[in-house]
Design a protein around this ligand. Structure first.
Ligand code: EPU
Length: 335
């Protein structure tokens, strides 16, 4: 089935009513392979769209969107406490998390309720509450958009970084992910160091996968707007990593600024706090706004255009740069 001149309102969580020339859903890997072989790399503007939960369209899309709908969650193998699970790229991320937890397999619980599909998870190495998906990815199966050949990427080959991977770097726009394999555990080491996670989970009685999931879901719901109600794409910017000396200076301006040391001797600071200190939290220009509970999230109150949301993001970048000398980088992909 090929949809032509189709509205993308349902395919982007900002709820923007832009159009694409063509959108083609694929349920099976073999069909996408034969489509790509026929194309033989002739179509220049092919783009893969999952749930559109990390995208900002600034206008109509001229080209072909491929929408992976590969289903299926499979137990591929089990040895001692390690289990290997595969999931089709079209499975909703949180359905996978829920299903693994129901089976007693740990590793994804901190990533509960993240919007989007499984196929998008490795692309930007989704992360939350002290865990990144790179910690559990065994390998990623993908198809070349240029010639339809299949390649499996090991965890190392994915070149994961903070909200990045080879699929956002060197191979950006070159592959379509069809399946992801996860290495989970029946005796997981839980990650509870983020904020008050441990304390909140303990309040529920036992420290179990289900309880971690429940607290993560509650925390997300209390801070982050539900895209079904208020259009948004989660964090709009990445948290910047700065030198220790700059972090010290910033601390002088804002003693409450939370800072997190990372492995490479740099300090990660929350962009949400910087945006808030510039007075943007809860502000609105037309229908584009800054969420009132989490300044890192830009929202569409209904009729904002992608261009208006983009312009707001640029204004925020300018004022953070003026006040702190830090240039924020978008986390959301802008098209
Ligand atoms: N903060 C403020 N003001 C704000 C927002 C945050 O002062 O308006 C402060 C908070 O008080 C807290 C710190 O910033 O001390 C961190 O806040 P939070 O725990 O909400 O996390 P974040 O750093 O703003 C990141 C991820 C989120 C993820 C959360 C929880 C990025 C770009 N974002 O946000 O991921 O859910 O941590 O782990 O790294 C996403 O990627 O779309 C996303 C939502």
């Amino acid at each position: 089935m090929i949809y032509e001149n189709i509205s993308l309102k349902k395919y982007n969580t900002f709820g923007l009513n832009v159009k694409a020339d063509r959108l083609i859903p694929f349920k099976h890997e073999e069909n996408v392979i034969s489509f790509l072989r026929q194309q033989g790399g002739s179509e220049q503007s092919l783009f893969v769209i999952g749930q559109g939960s990390n995208l900002l369209f600034t206008g109509d899309f001229h080209g072909t969107l491929i929408h992976p709908e590969m289903e299926g969650i499979t137990l591929e193998g089990r040895k001692d406490d390690v289990v290997i699970i595969s999931s089709g790229a079209g499975v909703l991320w949180d359905k996978l998390v829920e299903s693994t937890i129901n089976n007693g397999f740990g590793g994804l619980e901190n990533l509960s309720l993240i919007p989007g599909s499984v196929g998008a998870a490795p692309v930007q190495n989704i992360g939350a509450y002290g865990v990144e998906v790179r910690n559990t990815i065994e390998r990623v199966r993908a198809v070349s958009l240029e010639n339809g050949s299949v390649r499996e990427f090991t965890n190392d080959e994915c070149q994961f970084g903070y909200r990045s991977s080879i699929f956002k770097g060197e191979l950006k726009g070159k592959y379509l992910i069809t399946k992801v394999y996860f290495r989970l555990s029946t005796r997981p080491k839980l990650s509870l160091e983020y904020g008050s996670l441990r304390e909140e989970v303990s309040k529920l009685g036992s420290v179990s996968l289900k309880n971690v999931r429940e607290i993560v879901i509650n925390t997300r719901k209390s801070k982050l707007p539900d895209p079904a109600i208020l259009g948004n794409a989660g964090s709009f910017f990445k948290n910047p990593a700065v030198s220790e000396s700059l972090a010290e200076e910033l601390k002088k301006k804002d003693p409450q600024l939370p800072v997190f040391n990372n492995d490479s001797g740099e300090v990660k600071i929350p962009a949400g706090r910087l945006i808030e200190l510039c007075g943007w939290k809860g502000r609105r220009i037309g229908d584009a706004g800054v969420h009132d509970r989490q300044a890192l999230v830009l929202v569409n109150f209904g009729r904002a255009t992608g261009k208006e949301i983009f312009d707001l993001s640029e204004k925020i970048k300018e004022s953070v740069f003026e006040k702190f000398g830090i240039m924020l980088e978008s986390e959301v992909e802008i098209l």
